[in-house]
Design a protein around this ligand. Sequence first.
Ligand SMILES: [Zn+2]
Length: 151
Amino acid sequence: MNDLTIIKNSVIGRGYPELNPKEVEIDYEKTRNKWLLYYCRNHSGFYIRVNSLLRDAPPRMKEGGIAHELSHVVAEKTRGKRTVAKSYQLYHTFKIFRDLEERNIDLDVTLRGFGLGLAELFEYAKRDNIPYANNLGLSSEEIRALLRLRK
Ligand SMILES: [Zn+2]
C-alpha cells in the first residue's frame, strides 16, 4: 500500500461518505502531461493517477488534489450514463464547460473541507513550475477568499 491509498481512504472517511474506498484505486504515475492528478474508470471502478512530481508534496496538499478527483467521481456517479457521455463530450469540446465544471468541483472540495489543501497544492505547483491547468477552475486566491467567508 502506498501513502496515497492511506491518504485517499482518510479523505473518503472524512469528506466523501457516499463513496466506498474500495471503488477508487490510486497510484503515482510518471505522467508527461499537464495534469497534477486525474481520474479514469477501470474494470472495478475508478482510478486516480497522481503525477510523481508530487511524491514529496506535504500530505495536506495531496489531500486537496485527491479530494478534487473524488468530487469528479461523485459528480460522475450522480449523473446517468447518457448525461456522463454528454458531459464528457462537452468537457472536451468547450472551454467554458470545462471551466464551469472545474469551478463546481473546486467549490465542492472547499465545502467538504479540503479547500486549504487544494489552494496550497495550486501554489506549490506554481512555485515549483510543475505544469498544471491553472486556467481552469477556481484559483488559489478564490478558494482562500471562500475559506475566509466560512469563518
Ligand atoms: Zn478536475
